[in-house]
Design a protein around this ligand. Structure first.
Ligand code: 3PG
Ligand code: MG
Length: 410
């Protein structure tokens, strides 16, 4: 068990907190889903109350060095939102290293909070340790960047569950450098580890997993490792078409990944009945609101795409969920942003809420599924909504998180 913010004294100390404030922003830099900001509040409030001098840091998006990155990927709107939610000023620091950043951190009084600019404006943040191992210059740059960050804090807090599967400088190198100083997790990470860890270690049975989304390649690992633990894995979304096409079905223009066909066939064979694929589909020529659709079963017409699971599949999936005691869901079952292709996803959201009401444990992860739950107005009827997408999948897969391993144990 990891030490938490409750195991350290922070009064008068500079507390360097890595958050995952990677929120979706629209073309005017407005936050379209502030779930991750809200989820970060308990730790920040605790640090304020305990008199810490809180320095928040995060990434947003994946800046690629384009001229308008500085605006498009700025954390300034997030600092503003944080200030509104906390009811106090969150000073925005327009860089994450350098003299001005050091000065801003030094100017904090007890209970003050600032947020540094997007860490990923520095290439060294995302340098992979495996690349840094082979390239001395990259190693030097990553270490130098992480040292500058590490110097800002007396205490390190990781409350960035959604990024825990990354070896980014701020996630791993910084706490490595801060060895000897307290390095703990915040409430958000603590809660995620409790819920996800518990669901994996002692799932009440039947244990069912629902997987959707576009890419099957992202989910092969998790399917493989959950096969041993789950009673059923329900697969929807575009990823289902890779399994179906690999088995010889004509999937028309549906999105498939031919590279993974052999793996998909192998998994299907291994899983037998436990892997449940859709048996009917809502298809259309284009993804457009109110598009003309049809329900297909044997095949998707050559000029159409499968964009949602059909009514028979919904009924079959509901039946499995309705008797399960633990259900984990990641990834939409169809193109739920565009009605009428939202029916499958909304039906699953409702089935999850029904399951919670009769005492099952329900866990939802991945930004899209969480948005779908919100759209259905069911957010408070789910046991746990994870802030992790990729991180949740890797956790379920049983992959180790170096960014957590490095932190202090209780
Ligand atoms: C996420 O949204 O998955 C996390 O914030 C990590 O972002 P990344 O996938 O760009 O590393
Ligand atoms: Mg991601």
């Amino acid at each position: 068990m990891k030490k938490t913010v409750e195991d350290v004294t922070v009064r008068g100390k500079r507390v360097l907190v890595r958050l995952d404030l990677n929120v979706p922003l629209d073309s005017q830099q407005r936050i379209t889903d502030d779930r991750r900001v809200v989820a970060a509040l308990p730790t920040i409030r605790h640090l304020i109350e305990e008199g810490g001098r809180t320095i928040l840091m995060s990434h947003v998006g994946r800046p690629k060095g384009e001229p308008d990155d500085a605006v498009k990927f700025s954390l300034a709107p997030v600092a503003k939102r944080l200030g509104e939610l906390l009811g106090r000023e969150v000073a925005f620091v327009p860089d994450c290293i350098g003299d001005a950043t050091r000065a801003a951190a030094a100017a904090l009084g007890d209970g003050d909070v600032c947020l540094l600019e997007n860490l990923r404006f520095q290439d060294a943040e995302t340098t992979k340790d495996k690349d840094a191992k082979e390239n001395a210059r990259l190693r030097k740059e990553k270490d130098a960047f992480a040292s500058e960050l590490a110097d800002l804090g007396d205490v390190y807090v990781n409350d960035a569950f959604g990024t825990c599967h990354r070896d980014n400088a701020s996630m791993l190198t910084v706490p490595q450098i801060m060895s000897g100083k307290p390095r703990v997790v915040g409430y958000l990470v603590q809660r995620e580890l409790e819920f996800l860890g518990d669901a994996l270690a002692n799932p009440k049975k039947p244990f069912v997993c629902v997987l959707g989304g576009a890419k099957v390649s992202d989910k092969i690992g998790v399917i493989r490792s959950l096969l041993d633990k789950c009673d059923a894995i329900l697969v929807g979304g575009a990823m289902a078409f890779s399994f179906l096409a690999a088995g010889g079905m004509d999937t028309g223009m549906s999105r498939v990944e031919p590279d993974v066909f052999p793996t998909a066939r192998g998994l299907k064979r291994e899983a037998g009945d436990r892997l449940k694929l859709p048996v009917d589909f809502v298809s259309a020529v284009e993804i457009e609101e109110g598009a003309e659709t049809q329900v297909c079963t044997e095949e998707i017409p050559y000029d159409e795409m499968g964009l949602d699971i059909g009514p028979q599949s919904i009924a079959a999936f509901e039946q499995v969920i309705d008797t399960a005691k633990t259900i984990i869901w990641n990834g939409p079952l169809g193109v739920f942003e565009t009605p009428p292709f939202d029916a499958g996803t909304l039906a699953i959201a409702q089935a999850m809420a029904r399951a919670t009401a009769r005492g099952a444990t329900t866990i939802v992860g991945g930004g899209d599924s969480a948005v779908a739950i919100d759209k259905a107005g069911l957010a408070d009827r789910i046991t746990h909504i994870s802030t992790g997408g990729g991180a949740m999948l890797e956790f379920l897969e049983g992959k180790p998180f170096a960014a957590l391993d490095v932190l202090d144990d209780r």
